[in-house]
Design a protein around this ligand. Sequence first.
Ligand SMILES: [Zn+2]
Length: 252
Amino acid sequence: MYYDRFTKLCEMKGVRPGAVSKATGVSSATLTSWKQGKYTPKPDKLQKIADYFGVSLDFLMEKSDFMQCPNCGFTYSPFSEIDIKAHADFHDRYERAASAYGYVPSESVAREARESFIKDFRNTSKSDSERIEAYEEFLKYDFLLDVIQAGYSPTIDKDKHDYREISALRIGYRTPEGLINAIRKRHGMSPIEDGYYENPEIAEWVQETFDDPDMHFLYKMKQKMTPERFKKHLEFMEDSYRLENPDDDFGC
Ligand SMILES: [Zn+2]
């Protein structure tokens, strides 16, 4: 059973069963018996074969006609002409974006990486250089997510993206001013000054995003308070914000 599907996968990948045997460790004898209908490989071997072709076990076992392209992530049926065409168009866009930006992961990979790096960036037990490195990785995946969400657009400007993100970094006890200024310096931006949200676009965005006028006056308050008191104030504000918005990953 399912050998026809195996044949189809070999055709699509342009490989012979012998090459599959070599790469997966499933013996040629097993594949031959399978072809002759004497024997269906055991589930662990079928899984190895499925992994080799980058398809699900359900697809290999004919429980599903849909597969996901391991590169662009498009889900389609290789038995439908319309699907094949749709995938080809999508894949083409993906390839163009991948060559424009060097690397484009799938949406789920980009999302997970982004989450994980933003956590590292916020982790106060890490060193500044580790946190800066994590922030650079966050910028990379956040940007790639924009690219993916724009249907693999090959024309999104990374510098503009980074400028917008960095401009929105808020001073907080988890994100000290020195760290923000080190990141700004790396990107050729001047240190944070009195005009904290110097980019009018960002200022407007922050205004809309936070229904919290205090945020806009943090910098000014810092100048009026002792460092100890200011830190306490930030902790209180950040903790109450986090309690109210547990899923928000802004405020890094
Ligand atoms: Zn594809």
